[in-house]
Ligand binder design. Structure first.
Ligand code: 6R9
Length: 567
């Protein structure tokens, strides 16, 4: 029986005290995520249990027990304090997925700081914008990334220290640089965690919108209450499980479910610091006997592209709970995973702003492939009429996904940008900026980002629906569907298509795919143009950046591209 038990029973009279009680937290208590994710687990008698199996490029391995991460996060916290950093200071983590990144987050939280994790692949300009906006006071980084910090240092008067975790002890340290080695530092056995409370800020996650500068989403320590319970009930994490979240902590998934969720549950988790390869991923699952796997549609589609044969070379029988987030999960992918792994990926939906899973499929629940499932207990989600901002009175209509504010992990504001934060609310609802419909059984069906919906001659076409149909064509590996200007219909559908190995673009294939969609969906949804591409533009979290493709079609400005993967 899955942790959630019966969904129907759980939603009856649900309140978040279920989670508070399990965590031994009472309103008004001190609440420090760093302590909850390490000291508390040790106090539960799990000091010697493995908290982290880590593998780096070239097969390097490191393993940490809960006592190791407790002590190492103390050491980092004490070091930051010794440099003069204090509670409320923004401390950036700018590293590959090395252990210092994961443990560093706990260390920052323990000293009351606000962690600001950023993708290590960011170039100096993307880095600058975010450090400047947050007035960050220290950055923890690796040698190879410190070069980018050096370039922008003169423009960052608030940045007091650049902490280098892998300094070789020889090369000269430059202005404001200090070396810190987790292996060589004197371990700090006891560190009194800073007495943060529920509303103390914890993490600042930068998210880039369609226009303007990236926004810093401010989270607080109370987010733990949602992250703990969603990890337990949706990702179904149990005592002896081995958990793998493939997300980078530069993305909310990588902190909510790559650090806080699993470690607050005291489970063993694995991190692979390497790029994607089907071979390497399957090997990793086999080696660590991973039971719970949390990934993203883009990765799943890449695994599909790698084919079914390769899977036969690995023993993946340890897998029990598979989940996906970040983009709509095509029904094809759900059906495929059931076929090859014997388990369907559970589609889960949330945002940087929501901090924890909002709408989701649960283990044990009837899965309707292509649907995001139902709201998590305690989450009131609905579909609003875009004209009135009132919930529809009947089911099946496409509108705006809105959520009643008030769950623990909800963002508290955008950093230095309360005005934009306030604009996210209408009639007392938090507006997600996404569109969907709800069916008679209460399942949510994602349609697209508000600005991605295609209006062709007054008919709304869902890019997700067309993309899902496209990948059912044997030649199509991946696709992105956007609007294109049209003199008669105002907008028509255009598809960018990446082909599977062994297929080549041709006028015949073009026509064949168009007809395939016309028959499957409708003449309206049929792409009027298909462009074959090697790869699609994606964010570092794997989201297809439709707006880039769309801007080109419309001859518009592309906007912020700092999260683009292949820049
Ligand atoms: C966690 C995360 C949020 C946006 C969100 C939506 C899209 C995420 C999805 C999904 C359809 C899902 N999204 N999960 N769309 N089905 N299961 O992704 O946060 O990077 O802030 O993105 O991602 O458009 O609004 P973030």
């Amino acid at each position: 029986m899955a942790n959630i038990g019966s969904y129907e029973e759980r939603i009856k009279n649900f309140d978040w005290s279920v989670s508070e009680k399990e965590l031994g937290y009472k309103p008004g208590d001190i609440l420090n995520i760093g302590w909850y994710c390490s000291d508390r687990i040790c106090q539960q008698g799990k000091a010697d249990k493995i908290a982290l199996h880590w593998e780096g490029l070239g097969g390097a391995e490191k393993h940490f027990t809960y006592n190791d991460i407790r002590r190492a996060s103390n050491t980092i916290a004490a070091f930051l304090q010794s440099l003069g950093h204090a509670s409320g200071d923004r401390i950036c983590l700018f590293m590959d997925r090395v252990p210092e990144l994961y443990i560093g987050v706990l260390g920052i939280l323990k000293m009351g700081g606000i962690g600001q994790p950023l993708y290590s692949a960011f170039g100096d300009e993307s880095l600058y914008v975010r450090l400047e906006n947050a007035e960050t006071s220290a950055i923890i980084t690796q040698r190879k990334h410190a070069l980018k910090v050096r370039k922008i240092l003169d423009k960052l008067p608030h940045l007091k220290h650049i902490i280098i975790v892998d300094h070789d002890g020889k090369s000269p340290l430059r202005d404001r640089e200090v070396a810190f080695s987790l292996e060589k530092a004197a371990p700090v056995e006891d560190f009194g965690s800073y007495p943060t409370t529920s509303e103390s800020p914890s993490l600042l996650h930068y998210t880039s919108g369609t226009t303007g500068q990236p926004k810093g989403v401010k989270h607080v320590h109370y987010s733990l209450i949602s992250q703990y319970l969603t990890a337990k009930w949706v990702l179904d994490i149990r005592e002896d499980d081995i958990f793998w979240c493939t997300a980078d902590p530069g993305w909310v998934t990588g902190t909510s479910y790559g650090i806080i969720g699993p470690w607050s549950l005291g489970v063993t988790q694995c991190v692979l610091d390497g790029g994607f390869s089907a071979q390497a991923w399957y090997k990793f699952i086999e080696k660590y006997r991973i039971s719970n796997w949390y990934s993203a549609p883009t990765a799943i589609r890449s695994l599909m592209k790698a084919g079914d044969e390769i899977i036969k070379n690995f023993d993946l029988s340890s897998l029990r709970n598979l989940a996906s987030v970040g983009e709509p999960l095509n029904s094809e992918a759900v059906v495929w995973s059931e076929k090859v792994f014997g388990k369907a990926f559970l589609d889960t939906y949330f945002q940087t702003e929501t901090g924890s899973i909002m709408i989701t499929n649960f283990p044990g629940m009837k899965i309707k492939p292509g649907s995001m499932g139902k709201p998590f207990p305690g989450i009131t989600a609905t579909i609003l009429d875009p004209k009135t901002y009132e919930p529809y009175s009947e089911t099946g209509k496409i509108g705006l996904i809105a959520i009643r504010p008030g769950w623990p992990a909800m963002m508290r504001t955008y950093w230095n940008n309360e005005e934009t934060y306030q604009k996210k609310f209408k009639n007392g609802w938090y507006m997600t900026g996404d569109r969907a419909s709800i069916d008679k059984e209460g399942y949510f069906w994602f349609v697209g980002r508000d600005d991605d919906i295609i209006n062709t001659g007054g008919h709304l076409v869902s890019p997700f629906e067309v993309e899902s149909a496209l990948i059912e064509h044997p030649a199509v590996a991946e696709s992105a569907v956007v609007s294109k200007p049209d003199p008669i219909n105002m907008e028509v559908v255009k598809a960018f298509v990446a082909l599977k190995p062994g297929f080549t673009a041709s006028a015949d294939l073009d026509l064949e795919i168009m007809n395939f969609i016309r028959k499957k969906l409708s003449p309206l949804a049929m792409p009027q143009a298909i462009e074959f591409v090697e790869q699609l533009p994606k964010t570092r979290s794997g989201k297809i950046m439709r707006r880039i493709l769309k801007a080109k079609e419309w001859g518009e400005e592309i906007g912020d591209t700092s999260t683009l993967e292949n820049d």
